[in-house]
Design a protein around this ligand. Sequence first.
Ligand SMILES: Nc1ncnc2c1ncn2[C@@H]1O[C@H](COP(=O)(O)OP(=O)(O)O)[C@@H](O)[C@H]1O
Ligand SMILES: [Mg+2]
Length: 262
Amino acid sequence: MALTIAVLSQKGGTGKTTAVRHLAGAFREAGLRVLSVDLDPQGNLSDYFDVDPEAEPTIGDVLTGRARPEDAVRDDVIPANLSLAEAELALAGKMGRELALRKALSTFADDYDVIFVDCPPALGLLTVNALVAADFALISAEAQYFALQGVEQALEVIELARDSLNPGLEWLGVLFNIADMRTVHSREAFAALREHVGDRLLDQTVRQSIAYAESAERAIPIYEHRPDLGADYLAVAEELLRRLGLEQARRNVSERLAAASA
Ligand SMILES: Nc1ncnc2c1ncn2[C@@H]1O[C@H](COP(=O)(O)OP(=O)(O)O)[C@@H](O)[C@H]1O
Ligand SMILES: [Mg+2]
């Protein structure tokens, strides 16, 4: 059975897409079968994976019932484009509108070990679809004073999904992203989050670097573009694999990290 992980935050620019790109990559290289679903009309994840921008069908076609889920997969990615914004509006008027993604992803239960869903920068119907389809929710929080507020809002939506349509949804953790831990500002924000969410906050943070923008632009993952920085996401992947109980994959990532630092 595939484990589905929704990566969300209450706003844009918190590093969700970058996290999905690299966690999916790290999990895959650790030997897992990974599907990545772009659920943002901006299509940033599709671009980062270098999917042809003209590729069709997309997740929008799947959610509105115009295409079969299996026909939308391109190199283990289900892409999105601007048509997803229309699809969201069309979906809003339908019965079972919160269940469309869960139904679509159930197709892949035996084909993948892990399915990542990259959420759009708002806590609307698409993010609710992701949370209803997911086994786990991972919150990305940008390292700044308002991080806590954003995490609390994301947690409320997770709670709503759990109370209504998805009681089994687990909260995988909070990733402290785009961080400069040399600054008091970042360290204080990290401490405030820790006080609030305890050990749900991942120990490993992701350093801020302009290299991520270059990596996205060239559609080359950070561990190839800048191996020194790549260790951050590998260590995050290791921490998550431990939480998920995927021990063999965790050991594989751990070996890769050791080799990288040797
Ligand atoms: N660790 C990082 N350091 C610096 N910039 C980053 C980092 N991670 C992501 N970025 C950049 O920040 C912007 C937002 O990241 P993105 O992953 O697209 O966030 P979201 O999906 O939450 O909107 C992008 O330009 C991305 O390249
Ligand atoms: Mg994004």
